[in-house]
Ligand binder design. Structure first.
Ligand code: GLU
Ligand code: ZN
Length: 285
């Protein structure tokens, strides 16, 4: 049975890009007689606005989607802590007290996820009176798992190699997990068999596959879908004002727009004026 999910973070209203993502996940499951789940990714306590979760449900209903709710991330913190402890016991995590400014001052390379951490704290005693994050020792982790691969339904099979991302954060200074650790554990706990999300998160699947190997989690398949882009090449998701520009779902709903008809147009690839679909979120060809 195919199980997919839509996993929005409640730090801002949903827009057309989210609608497209939810529809892709919904349809992939429903066409195969499977299940479509909604998980609220509210690990980001400071930025989360709990009241948005109900808006999200209203938006999905308006689009004509049917889903099952699974527990939000804020209810699963113990599971994240337990997994981090296991990785710690294997010697695969280390403490890092660096601030963003300290990392930036070293002029590190840029990776798909932002600055690549230059490994300053690895193998060092850190000052525990400062807030610390836990980073994955990527080289050690890769040695431990050997060669592993993952499969995207449309793009094919890839050797999982997240080394170019550097030692990513798995436990944040301000939360018991990072997106990577939480989402990987949640997808396993929710029985997700097909992880669907935008092509901008393609790189994350390398990390998630590695975490599955390290934590003995079941391995799903992936489906990365194209993104809605504005004419100037910006991701809709990145355009903070998308709601004000008339692409916010609650605004469209409240303006009396027919959500089911909109969903059907998105399914057929008919994008509103000024929006295109692209597989290449970073402008590469
Ligand atoms: N919470 C993430 C987001 O809103 C979900 C990414 C995913 O589907 O893995 O971008
Ligand atoms: Zn550090």
């Amino acid at each position: 049975m195919i199980v997919t999910r839509f996993a929005p973070s409640p730090n801002g209203p949903l827009h057309l890009g989210h609608a497209y993502s939810a529809i892709v996940a919904h349809d992939l499951a429903k066409k195969a007689g499977g299940r479509f789940l909604l998980r609220i990714e509210d690990i980001d306590g400071a930025r989360s606005r709990p009241e948005l979760a109900d808006d999200f449900r209203r938006d999905l209903e308006w689009l004509g989607l049917e889903w099952e709710d699974v527990p939000a991330q804020s209810t699963r913190l113990d599971a994240y802590e337990a997994a981090a402890r296991r990785l710690m016991e294997k010697g695969l995590l280390y403490r890092c007290t660096c601030t963003r400014a300290e990392i930036q001052a070293l002029e590190p390379r840029m990776g798909p996820e932002g600055l690549i951490y230059p490994g300053t704290c690895k193998g060092r005693h850190v000052d525990l009176s400062r807030p610390s994050a836990l980073r994955l020792d990527m080289e050690a982790a890769m040695v431990r798992v050997g060669e592993i691969s993952w499969e995207d339904e449309t793009a094919g099979r890839f050797t999982a190699d997240p080394r170019e991302l550097g030692d990513v954060v798995l436990v944040r200074k301000d939360a018991p997990a990072s997106y990577h650790l939480a989402a990987t554990l949640d997808d396993a706990a929710d029985g997700v068999t097909l992880v669907t999300r935008g092509a901008d998160l393609f790189f994350a699947s390398h990390i998630h596959r590695l975490l599955q190997a390290l934590l003995n989690l079941p391995v799903p398949r992936w489906h990365h879908h194209p993104l809605l882009m504005e004419e100037d090449g910006r991701k809709l998701a990145k355009s903070r004002q998308s709601g004000e520009r008339g692409f916010g779902l609650s605004d469209l709903r409240e303006a009396g727009e027919d959500g089911r008809a909109l969903a059907d147009r998105l399914r057929m690839g008919q994008m509103p004026c000024g929006i295109t679909l692209s597989r290449f979120p970073h402008g590469e060809t």
